[in-house]
Ligand binder design. Structure first.
Ligand SMILES: O=C(O)C[C@H](O)C(=O)O
Ligand code: SF4
Length: 566
């Protein structure tokens, strides 16, 4: 087994950087269904570009490389202790090389182990089987979508859906509700694995195991196959869309498994996986440790383009030398009108589409709180209150200058400490990047946004205390932050979750870092950016796209109240 460590290293690199073929096809299918001239359509374009960039640069698709979870089947007689050691060494190497972010944090002290090893990390499940080879499967599931997992105990009363009983129809309601409650926060459009039965632990395990099924397989249990089809058809009717921007495509895959339960318990467990659905597997030679076979189709050569003929799109862009936006907007594209659900009339205001590339392009009509058009606005930090107050939900902001990363540890710290730098007029980026250091200093390897709602208890106070003008993240924030944005003059900017290569390209220099003791993801990185594009989804005028989409999808959820599976 002298090559086993190398094989595992290759498996980790492939899983982290090259989205598999079946997942790519699902993304392409989603793109074909979504109108490209909407925010969700643009977000999917960014996601597609990011997938290509990660493969090309052999860099993480998303900066959150998740909890490495291995499921391994071995023939009888294979030394599992040795295998574990090799896996640990491969993980250390992948972390050193920037293929995995150091993600193992001591739950009591907050200390990051730095090498992805620690109590409970990585997760390795061994099972014996009577085959000859060793089957190793790996999933890298990030923390944001893990937070959107949910477990129901039937019977239950579900918001919008009423009673969910201990039967197939009750299960149907739980699954629809699970998609609703995730909104865009798990980086929709997502994939769900569902476990019916078991106890609280094995139910979740079963749900996660479903994520190892191929996206295009057919459920061997006919009833569950029907339920999967039903969910795929109807979950998209919730209108949540990519990143929760509103749209046609919310779910890209649904796999359901079943096991026995105790008479008193009836759990429906849902494992929510973001679009960055990173799982691969290898069949390993038990004598040499070499890879005999890859278990999932490689993504290489599989297009994520969707139906190009039906919907022509502008050329994909990276960062142009003249500082063109490297975020959401393709050069010489048009900014789309707001999705229908936000317009007063219920229709997309297509005549309000305005060209990009001006410094500030005025909208046809801004100021109603239900934007009928969008503008592209270039801002350089520090930002004035006046500039911020002129922004509206739907505007695309293109930032240049310095921004500061800050997430859970920093927000907690800033509540009762000073900041190490002047944050007046500043931009805070909810981001825990993958960073590597060489003789020239630190380099950003991946840097997409993290879920902002975790900072809801702190954000409003911190904005006011330090004079922050913009917060960038994903998934939106709540009423406390919205109130502070209005009182102080601030905006929330939504970047595209998981587009870690895309945003890394906008970061031109690492100016400095504070709080390295928090660990790499939680440190405060001072980053020089150019052309960093994000969409205003909460403004200083009390408008929140997230609140609107949630309300709208809650109303849509209610249409699924009546029994379907009798
Ligand atoms: O930890 C991160 O970088 C992101 C996380 O996966 C999230 O979705 O919030
Ligand atoms: S940031 Fe989004 S894409 Fe990345 S792991 Fe978290 S949920 Fe997944």
């Amino acid at each position: 087994m002298q090559h086993f460590e190398d094989s595992i290293y290759n498996l980790i690199v492939e899983t982290s950087t090259n989205l598999p073929g079946d997942v790519r096809r699902a993304v392409a299918k989603g793109r074909a269904l979504e109108d490209r001239a909407t925010r969700s359509g643009l977000a999917l374009t960014t996601i597609a570009q990011n997938i290509g960039m990660a493969e090309l640069q052999v860099s993480p698709i998303c900066q959150d490389t998740g909890m490495p979870t291995f499921i391994i089947h071995t023939p009888v007689g294979v030394n599992q202790i040795e295998m574990k050691k090799d896996i640990h060494n491969a993980i250390i190497r992948a972390t050193k090389n920037g293929k995995l972010r150091p993600n193992s944090v001591d739950s009591l002290t907050g200390e990051n182990s730095g090498d992805n090893l620690g109590a409970g990390t990585p997760v390795i499940h061994f099972e014996q089987w009577e085959e000859e080879g060793i089957d190793v499967r790996l999933i890298l599931k990030g923390g944001g979508c893990e937070n959107k997992n949910i477990q129901y105990s039937l019977p239950a009363e579900l918001e919008g859906l009423g009673k969910a009983g201990r039967d197939l129809d009750g299960i149907r309601k739980c699954i629809l509700h699970s998609v609703f409650q995730a909104q865009g926060q798990g980086c929709s459009a997502g994939f769900i694995g569902v476990g019916i039965g078991g106890d609280r632990t094995t139910g979740y395990e079963l749900a996660k195991k479903q994520l190892f099924r191929k996206v295009e397989d057919v459920n061997p249990t006919q009833d569950l196959g029907k339920l999967e089809d039903y969910i795929m058809e109807n979950a998209n009717k919730l209108g949540i869309g990519t990143m929760g921007f509103g749209g046609e495509v919310t779910l890209l895959g649904c796999k359901i498994g079943v096991m026995n339960r105790l008479p008193a318990s009836f759990f429906v467990s849902v494992a929510y996986n973001c679009w960055a659905f990173r799982r691969q597997g290898i069949l390993v030679h038990p004598a040499t440790g070499d890879i005999k076979e890859w278990l999932y189709e490689s993504g290489t050569g599989i297009s994520v383009e969707g139906d190009e003929a039906a919907q022509p799109v502008p050329e994909p862009v990276g960062v142009s030398a003249d500082g063109a936006a490297c975020g959401i907007i393709p050069e010489d594209a048009t900014i789309p009108a707001a999705p229908a659900l936000l317009s007063d009339t219920g229709e997309a205001a297509s005549d309000a589409v305005v060209p990009v590339n001006g410094k500030v392009t005025e909208p046809a009509a801004a100021g109603s709180g239900t934007p009928g058009g969008s503008r592209e606005i270039r801002l350089t930090t520090p930002i004035s209150e006046e500039d911020i107050r002129s922004l509206r939900v739907g505007d695309v902001v293109i930032l240049s200058g310095e921004m500061h990363t800050g997430r859970d540890a920093l927000h907690k710290y800033l509540m009762d400490h000073d900041a190490p730098v002047d944050l007046n007029g500043a931009v805070i980026y909810h981001c825990g990047p993958v960073m590597l250091k060489d003789d020239e200093g630190w380099h950003v390897k991946a840097a997409g946004p993290t879920t902002s709602i975790r900072e809801e208890p702190y954000q409003g106070d911190i904005i006011k205390k330090f004079g922050i003008r913009a917060v960038i993240g994903k998934g939106g924030m709540g009423p406390k932050t919205l109130k502070a944005l209005g009182e102080h003059g601030g905006v929330y900017l939504n970047a595209i979750g998981g587009a870690a290569q895309y945003y890394a390209e906008c970061i031109k220099k690492v100016n400095a870092v504070d709080f390295m003791e928090f660990g790499i993801p939680e440190a405060m990185w001072h980053l020089q950016v150019d052309g960093f594009a994000a969409i205003v989804t909460m403004d200083a005028h009390g408008n929140s796209l997230h609140a609107d989409v949630e309300k709208d999808s809650a109303a849509k959820l209610a249409q699924f109240r009546e029994p379907v599976f009798k």
